[in-house]
Design a protein around this ligand. Structure first.
Ligand SMILES: Nc1ncnc2c1ncn2[C@@H]1O[C@H](COP(=O)(O)OP(=O)(O)OP(=O)(O)O)[C@@H](O)[C@H]1O
Ligand SMILES: [Mg+2]
Length: 489
């Protein structure tokens, strides 16, 4: 296996501040390397640089044959095997089937139209196709999104057993812990390499952050002291000047000289104090903290906001489930779980009145209940944040404020939504839901693409505000923290 050597890498998208600023890096191609960093810090961009898709300054040396996941599918309406092999003519069917079996997936999926497979099934097929190509070096960009718990476990074991290196990003901590042996973190426009898995990295990061917090406190105290000393100096100088002007009988020459001397000394001193204070400000370190979120919840007088009575769903003649009954009462946080392809997102469509093939039983949404959605698919969003705010009847200042709380940098506010990073696009979708006045929140896989700080913010928000919610999610840690009721399809 080869290596990757990066020297003096500097990169910025046009009109934006640099994502990478004179970065150095040396990686061994046999490592299972986790690429970490908050949303928008440049993980996907770094992969694109390795793939040779972006122009940059500096050097990237490697002889590794990089392949990117998720690879685009040109014709998703044909059978999955045809869709995959049309895009990769060198692919052998038996090799893809072998990889699928290693993931405990039935190769019969290859004979279903690609577009009709669930998100998790598509993920597994794309992974199998990627690893079936001998000698490729995978760059796996968030393969855990859309995977159910079983899928995540299967893929984690699959990657654990691979005798080859790869680079992987994911915001699922426990998944990463099972899979990686090195971490590469994008922090303050630099690439920081560490040995170990996510937990090792996170424990070190916590220690560093704690040290930074106490150092910052000391620096803030110093800065305050320096600024008030400067203020005092200025007052002395003014007083001396005042005395000179008002003391008409005394020896003007003597007082004038004294005042001038004092004034000069004070000015030199204030300049020096100013310099020391700004130097100290420069030493202040960025520490990520969990900023509390808010939502715009309306009260409801109904004892039950949503009731499902023996609901069944059939799509293309295929029955997904039957006899599903549950209630969502005020302040319930109902977690709906079920394997990939079990019909969870279709059920949400049926609840929100979008067309679905065939629904049996009764779905009752209490009269006048306003629903705020986080959708799983929101790729149709484009244009500026201002246009988005107008379209959704949201005050732009509130939208930007919410995005800041979710950790989006101000510099990204002018980026058009379709050019934003995956996590930033998700923040926009989430911010819309948080700001929309509603009695009931229905969120379909809210954690996909969001970084771990956002996950903690959402947990804190739900625990504090107890909004009435119906959530589909696969992340066990999140479910355990927020669920008041669990429903399995
Ligand atoms: N084509 C583009 N034009 C302008 N800005 C872009 C473009 N692509 C990405 N960006 C910006 O560059 C930054 C890094 O994006 P990137 O997709 O690399 O982030 P990421 O670390 O992969 O984030 P995520 O965790 O959300 O996937 C973001 O601020 C994004 O808005
Ligand atoms: Mg990304």
């Amino acid at each position: 296996m080869g290596n990757i050597t990066i020297k003096n890498l500097t990169f910025a998208y046009p009109g934006q501040s640099p994502l990478f600023d004179h970065c150095q890096l040396s990686i061994d191609g046999s490592w299972k390397l986790g690429l970490l960093g908050r949303n928008g810090r440049g993980k996907t961009t770094l992969m694109k640089i390795l793939l040779g898709q972006l122009e940059f300054q500096g050097q990237v040396q490697s002889n590794l044959p990089f392949t990117y996941f998720p690879q685009p599918i040109t014709d998703p309406d044909t059978l999955a095997w045809e869709a995959l092999s049309d895009d990769n003519p060198q692919l052998e069917q038996w090799q893809v089937e072998r990889e699928l079996r290693l993931m405990e997936v039935d190769p019969v999926l290859l004979w279903q139209p690609f577009a009709t497979l669930s998100g998790g099934e598509q993920t597994k097929l794309l992974l199998a196709a990627l690893f079936a190509r001998p000698g490729s070096f995978p760059l796996l960009d968030e393969p855990t999104n859309h995977l159910d718990q079983r899928g995540r476990r299967q893929v984690a074991e699959y990657l654990q057993n691979k005798q080859q290196g790869f680079i992987i990003t994911s915001h699922d901590q426990s998944f990463l812990d099972q899979v990686i042996d090195h971490t590469l973190v994008i922090e303050r426009h630099q690439l920081v390499l560490e040995r170990g898995n996510y937990s090792t990295y996170f424990a070190q990061k916590k220690r560093r952050d704690q040290q930074a917090v106490s150092r910052n406190e000391q620096l803030h105290a110093d800065i305050k002291r320096l600024r008030s000393a400067k203020q005092q100096r200025l007052q002395w100088a003014q007083r001396a000047e005042h005395e000179k002007r008002n003391n008409s009988h005394a020896d003007k020459g003597f007082i004038g000289a004294k005042a001038a001397k004092m004034m000069k000394k004070s000015l030199t001193m204030t300049r020096r104090l100013d310099q020391v204070a700004s130097d100290k400000e420069g030493l202040l370190q960025e520490v990520e903290d969990i900023v509390p979120l808010t939502l715009n919840q309306l009260s409801s007088t109904h004892p039950t906001l949503l009731e499902l009575d023996r609901v069944g769903l059939t799509i293309s003649g295929h029955q997904l489930f039957d006899n599903l009954s549950f209630k969502v009462n005020p302040h319930d946080c109902v977690l709906l779980t079920g394997d990939n392809g079990s019909g969870k997102s279709s059920l949400i469509k049926a609840i929100t009145g979008q067309p679905v093939d065939q629904v049996t039983g009764a779905i009752t949404l209490a009269h006048g209940t306003k629903v705020s959605l986080v959708r799983q698919q929101y790729a149709n969003q484009h244009g500026s944040l201002t246009a988005f705010a107008q379209h959704n009847h949201l005050p732009i200042d509130q939208l930007l404020n919410m995005l800041r709380k979710l950790g989006m940098e101000r510099a990204s506010f002018t980026t058009s939504i379709n050019q934003m990073s995956m996590g930033q696009q998700k923040k926009v979708e989430l911010a819309r839901s948080l700001l929309t006045p509603a009695q009931l929140y229905i969120w379909d896989e809210p954690l996909n693409y969001l970084d771990t700080y956002n996950q903690e913010q959402l947990i804190q928000l739900i625990k504090q505000e107890h909004p009435t919610m119906l959530i589909i999610e696969h992340d066990q840690h999140f479910i355990d923290e927020v669920a008041t009721k669990r429903v399995t399809i």
